[in-house]
Design a protein around this ligand. Structure first.
Ligand code: ADP
Ligand code: MG
Length: 301
């Protein structure tokens, strides 16, 4: 197959591993910087250009679109979908998963366990909002934060009120969430491909920190999942419409709670912690599923 990887940097671990795995399985791979793609949108034949040339036709495209280029990156991916290239994850599913609030609303509709989450716009409603999620301590999150940036633990009601008020004053959209204390600064990253969790790791925050993100100094090790955790992770990825997803779970005293679903999960942490060849399993999934014009939305989203 001829595979395109949409990635800003061919030297990143995840991109490198996907190239390696695809080539080892006999495919040809081009890494395309999504920001260098430009689009010819017309009534006859959708096209993508790069550096003055029309891109060839690919059998499949692997989007590795960073959070900072979501808007442009998903537009490029949509163009691939219209051309009929099989996307590992669809543009609509990626857009959905990038908005934490929208994701939680979709998950809640399916009855999937979540930390109680509140969303409001008026300072007037702050006291009730805090009450709704069970009072302090609570977690405040920017809707579009990543790598732990924009996630704050407010230990007291007073701290919560002033931080929420400050964010509202800046017109930033935030959600307020029940703090799952018993998770002990750890979460579980489940790597879902299709309808299976193929690798899972436990990430533990460094001392004095509640955020377990590896970018915030957390450490990772292999973990054994319960059947409930496995089922929850697969259902969450399916609900978001993602074929490949990094599903993050908090272990609460009333079962697994989904924190977020990532559409471009990093491979370095999980491959290192689990010693699994995740990249090859992604390529194998593409081999089994890629067919022209086989997106659910065909770029209509
Ligand atoms: P990001 O997208 O920036 O990674 P997350 O929602 O995943 O944001 O939060 C970052 C980290 O903060 C999580 O990995 C987890 O360790 C911790 N965390 C987030 N929400 C909660 C919560 N409600 N209760 C306990 N810990 C949380
Ligand atoms: Mg996270």
């Amino acid at each position: 197959m001829k595979i395109a990887i949409l990635s800003r940097n061919a030297k990143l671990y995840s991109t490198r591993r996907l190239i390696e795995a695809a080539e080892a399985r006999g495919h040809t791979v081009d890494v395309l910087d999504p920001l260098r793609c430009y689009m010819d949108i017309n009534a006859r034949e959708p096209l993508i250009h790069m550096k003055g040339k029309i891109l060839p036709t690919y059998d499949a495209v692997i989007p590795r679109i960073g959070a900072s280029v979501t808007f442009f990156g998903t537009a490029v991916l949509r163009q691939f979908e219209m051309i009929g290239t099989y996307p590992l994850n669809e543009s609509v599913a990626i857009s959905r998963s990038r908005d934490k609030l929208r994701s939680l609303q979709l998950l809640s509709r399916k009855g999937i366990g979540l930390p109680i989450t509140g969303f409001a716009s008026q300072p007037h409603d702050i006291p009730d909002l805090i009450e709704m999620v069970g009072g302090a301590p609570l977690v405040i999150k920017l809707l579009e934060g990543t790598q732990g940036i924009g996630v704050v633990l407010a230990e007291t009601r007073q701290a919560a009120e002033s931080v929420i008020e400050a964010f509202m004053g800046l017109k930033s959209h935030i959600m307020v969430q029940e703090f799952i204390k018993e998770a002990g600064g750890a979460d579980i990253r489940c790597l879902v491909i299709g309808d299976k969790v193929i690798a899972a790791m436990k990430r533990q925050a460094k001392a004095g920190e509640f955020r377990s993100n590896l970018h915030r100094g957390g450490s990772a090790r292999l973990v054994k999942l319960t059947p409930a955790e496995r089922a929850t992770a697969v259902k969450a990825a399916k609900t978001m419409g993602l074929n490949v997803a990094g599903v993050d779970i908090l272990r609460s005293n009333h079962g697994p709670l989904i924190m977020e679903v990532n559409s471009s999960p990093g491979l370095e942490g999980i491959e290192t912690a689990t010693e699994k060849d995740v990249a090859s399993q992604i390529i194998s999934f593409i081999e089994n599923n890629a067919k022209a014009h086989r997106t659910r939305t065909k770029g209509k989203g």
